[in-house]
Unconditional design. Structure first.
Length: 322
């Protein structure tokens, strides 16, 4: 049976329904993949709630991995039976899907499909944050919010691999322990902690070189005050709510800050960038920087998986299995 999880309208997880669907034939430059794993990410929630538009009825899920079942006449470099992974295009919450062939990245034997399925988007995001948004160098200091989460913990491991110092934040002592296990040098614990004061104390009053904020809400304003002059802040999401309006005076000229609002979907839409970044992601998986998913759900349980992610019940990454 071929099924997909369809979003019939914008709203809560009750808007997701499991429906049967026909197996599609790929176009000339497409392939069909039968999923062995599908990643679950905050972008899926943003699409479901209407923050980012998606034509309706639509299928969420922007990364996955599996086995190629069919290829179009003009497809080269990948064939039936190959294991592949991809990221950056909606339509993943399905047993099978069509995919532009250039998005398919062949997986080495040592990389498990479920790990790749839950790691490609995160890995591309980290590559973007550390190689383009702010090109980090050995000795740089980073502030990583939600450092126990799927993105935060992997970002911490990758930054440590590059020789950076990482200051993480965590909402509880239990999550702080997970952030330290990922390699964070310092962890600021609690939503009511004196973030600015602690960061200034840890950096000798200088501030961090680069801050990554996937929390949003009022946190972004506090984060600006944690960054050194001519440093960079990447605003990556708004799990804690909408981001208040900022004025250009919040950035400079006194602070001389750079504020980025980068999109991994735009990053992954550049074929040359995508090829280089996915090669780095596969290498990072092999080194344990991007570990196996911690939470496994059936495809039919997509609503429960999204609820768990949205409510903050999870640490690490999530994968759906058809």
């Amino acid at each position: 049976m071929n099924v997909k999880v369809e979003m019939e309208a914008v709203g809560g997880v009750d808007r997701l329904r499991v429906v049967e669907c026909p197996v599609q034939a790929p176009g000339e430059t497409e392939l069909r993949v039968r999923h062995q794993g599908i990643g679950v990410n905050f972008i899926d929630i943003y699409l479901r709630t209407g923050l980012y538009p998606l034509p309706l009825p639509g299928v969420l899920g922007v990364e996955g991995a599996g086995v190629v079942e069919a290829v179009g006449a003009a497809v080269e470099g990948v064939g039936v039976g190959d294991r592949i992974a991809y990221a950056g295009i909606p339509g993943g919450y399905a047993a099978t899907r069509l995919l532009p062939a250039w998005r398919a990245v062949r997986l080495p034997e040592a990389v498990e499909s479920e790990t790749a399925a839950a790691s490609f988007l995160r890995g591309l995001t980290i590559h973007m944050l550390l190689m383009r948004t702010f090109r980090v160098a050995r000795g740089d200091t980073l502030l990583v919010h939600a450092a126990a989460g799927g993105l935060g913990s992997s970002l911490t491991r990758w930054a440590k691999r590059l020789g950076c110092t990482v200051i993480g934040t965590a909402g509880s002592p239990e999550k702080a322990a997970l952030a330290r296990a990922a390699g964070a040098d310092h962890v600021i614990v609690g939503r009511d902690a004196d973030l600015v004061g602690e960061v200034q104390g840890l950096t000798g009053g200088r501030g961090v070189d680069h801050a990554v904020d996937g929390v949003g809400g009022a946190m972004l304003g506090k984060t600006l005050a944690c960054v050194r002059r001519f440093g960079t802040i990447a605003s990556m999401g708004q799990a804690a709510g909408a981001i208040p309006a900022l004025s250009v005076e919040d950035l400079g000229p006194v602070r001389s800050l750079t504020l980025a609002r980068p999109s991994v979907m735009a990053y992954a839409a550049e074929p040359d960038t995508y090829r280089a970044a996915t090669a780095a992601v596969i290498e990072a998986i092999g080194e344990g920087v991007l570990p196996r998913p911690k939470h496994r759900y059936r495809l039919s349980e997509a609503a429960a998986a999204q609820h768990a992610l949205e409510s903050g019940e999870t640490t690490g990454s999530l994968v759906l299995v058809p």
